[in-house]
Design a protein around this ligand. Sequence first.
Ligand code: HEM
Length: 563
Amino acid sequence: MSATLSSPDQMVPTGLSTHTFLYLLVPALALFYTYWRISRKHMLELAERIPGPKGWPIIGNALEFVGTPNEIFTRIYRRSFAYGKTIKLWAGSRLIIFLTDPDDVEIILSSHVHIDKSPEYRFFKPWLGDGLLISTGQKWRAHRKLIAPTFHLNVLKSFIDLFNKNSRETVKKMEKEIGKEFDCHDYMSEATVEILLETAMGVSKKTQGQSGYDYAMAVMKLCEILHLRHAKMWFRPDIIFNLTNTAKYQKKLINVIHSLTRRVIQKKKADFEKGIRGSTAELPEELKTTKPERNVSSKTTTLEGTSYGQSTGLKDDLDVDDDVGEKKRMAFLDLMIEASQNGVVINDEEIKEQVDTIMFEGHDTTAAGSSFFLCQMAAHPDIQERVVQELDEIFQGSDRPVTFADTLEMKYLERCLLETLRLFPPVPIIARQLQQDVRLASDPKLVLPAGATIVVAQFKVHRSQEQYGPNADVFDPDNFLPERASNRHYYAFIPFSAGPRSCVGRKYAMLKLKILLSTILRNYKIKSNWTEDDYKLQGDIILKRADGFKISLERRKPMSATA
Ligand code: HEM
């Protein structure tokens, strides 16, 4: 006994303290569990009626979230078929309810009450602050009212030359990959960051240099960390996460991002003081639109029954007042800076948060959407050739840049794009925190309890056989033919969400994607040996291929002089 006492390891009677600790821990946990069950009686009673896999005491179904991102995604999607349209899971003490019926989805998304984001969005806070994606209540309402008009079609039309310029530069950059297999997401990601900088932010990407690329890389890495925090339970509490090396790395990445944001705002403010408005990005003479496109109604939608990525039955604040003459409206950052000059509507810190939000929301979503589109074109060569035939009819062999009127002629390409967003929605789920009970339309016996996290599972809604028929999993652009679309529930296609918190960048994204993707397809044949069945999907906040967006290119014709 005395010999062991002299050992430093034995100075503290660790065995005894561990036992004491366990003796105390077990009743403490039991007490906590009992208190928790009593205080959540109402929630537990309502949750009991909702189908879902059996969980363990305390941890609930947390083990469902163990594994690689692809394993978690595949497991949860596969397991969801064992239950009905509404499925519950317990992640520890958190009740999570997945909705897949369009009637139920409509109740949540169309509401002006259920607009609070789930607690998971707090992981974005160090990066996005209280920007539009996360904020709620009066602040969200005021900023949404300010920001939505800056994505009006009249503003977007003024970006067309820049969309053309950047699309041609992307084609040029991709030239070195001809004949090899490569991951097109790298190119789509870089292109979207550069286009956002030059359009929504209105600064020349040349002034950003290497930092534009570092920024894109930092955004991608940060998304991986955020996914990790969603997927690994022990990474969720800040108190534990902040002790890890990953937290230190996150800080570094946020620094890279925030430095670029601050620089962009400073540059824009300096320009503003000199009376410079609009984008300062350089444009080659041959890409400058000389005459505005008259007689092209902004109201015109390409496909009957859909309007810029959503059903025409789903009106939101982006759909108001599209045809008010040629009224000039201001681009996003110009308007933020102008509003801040009187300091009432938005201050400098808030501008930074909104810039970070737009750069994140506008970047990763569009990069994933365009990468999936290219992979789908490669996987379906016959469909790709039909798109190219349509482009040949529009451009008649000319290398001229795309006009707004051309984008309205790209009907088949648009159907392919919508079908890609249906099968591979870049935002695969949307989560809201319920402040009051909600009775479901699909099954009035079921009530979603206040305090629960509601997950609108677009990925599953979009693959509903009830809405899309027995071949709901098959890539079929004709799903967006008017006669088929008119037989569907408006909320059966919601890649941009819907209702008051819909995506403000919806029209921007659709217009930009049509110009970028048509320019790529006019220059390259997209090829690959992979089909959808080979894709390893991960719901990494943004839906991605864990195996990489692998394609190869074959030149269709000599590159145009302006490319
Ligand atoms: C294919 C491209 C895109 C897709 C699929 C997409 C999808 C979505 C979805 C599903 C939401 C709702 C998210 C939620 O409630 O958690 C959303 C919100 C948002 N998106 Fe997009 N988005 C795209 C492109 C863009 C672009 C290009 C921008 C800006 C330039 C943008 C800016 C925003 C903003 C600011 C919000 C928050 C709106 C609010 O809460 O009021 N998005 N987006």
